[in-house]
Design a protein around this ligand. Structure first.
Ligand code: MN
Length: 251
């Protein structure tokens, strides 16, 4: 029997996680280990300085008072250590995880953690604009399709798949593209205000930041109504830059 682990960063009560669960249930035995509350933009944060609690949240469902990385770590090294999953799927995130943004992503970090611990993994996100109603239907059916392929074919060691699905129906989808990571254009994204007690405060994150227009990127695929699949390597080394730095005069 195939074993499937699910997690996310939107929290255990999120609609995207429920759709993912229902979509992949037919493929095997599904376990869910997810944060007990929203942990978006938690990145690859691991809680080392406080205890973590795991609460049962239904048959095969567990809520953790920690980050997405904590959830996957506890699942693989604790809850499921004798019956490890064949695949981890993280999502379906409410909002895209495109370009440089993935370095902040808790959704992608859950997949990173599973990859580090030797389990093939996929992060899947629904790209929708602010104010648009998220429709997880197509992302759910695509999650099932890609999970089937990963279970059949496997993934290269140290590589995960970052999947972004546009907020459209299957009929309106323009295709599936294998892409590379795009680049965000970061603007003035800190808002500065005064609180009711007269102290200034800051809020990170503006809206409608744009991206560098470039064919072949994840941004470009989604903007053209396509599903984007980016293989992400956990080896962050830049091998070309190694050659440059070897020539530096460092003794
Ligand atoms: Mn999220």
């Amino acid at each position: 029997m195939v074993r499937i682990l699910l997690s996310n960063d939107d929290g255990i009560a999120s609609g995207g996680l429920r759709v993912l669960y229902e979509s992949v249930s037919g493929l095997g035995e599904v376990s869910v280990v997810a944060p007990d509350r929203e942990q978006s933009a938690a990145g690859h944060s691991l809680s080392l300085y406080r205890p973590l609690r795991i609460d049962p949240a239904g048959e095969g469902w567990f809520a953790v008072d920690g980050t997405p990385t904590d959830c996957v770590n506890l699942a693989l090294n604790g809850l499921m250590k004798d019956r490890r999953p064949d695949i981890l799927i993280s999502g379906i995130n409410k909002g895209g995880n495109l370009g440089d943004d993935i370095t902040y992503s808790g959704t992608v970090a859950a997949a990173m953690e599973a990859t580090l611990l030797g389990v093939p993994s996929v992060a899947i996100s629904l790209v929708h604009e602010n104010g648009e109603t998220p429709n997880f239907g197509f992302a759910g059916s695509f999650a099932r399709r890609i999970a089937g392929e990963v279970l059949d074919r496997g993934l290269r060691e140290g590589v995960l798949l970052n999947v972004n699905v546009p907020n459209i129906s299957e009929e309106d989808c323009q295709g599936v593209r294998v892409t590379h990571q795009g680049k965000r254009v970061y603007g003035n994204a800190v808002v500065e205000k005064i609180d009711p007690r007269g102290r200034e405060y800051f809020w990170i994150g503006g809206n409608s930041l744009s991206w560098v227009k470039e064919a072949g990127t994840d941004f470009d695929a989604v903007a053209n109504g396509c599903v984007s699949i980016t293989p992400i390597r956990l080896d962050l080394t830049d091998y070309e830059a190694m050659k440059d730095i070897e020539k530096w005069d460092l003794g």
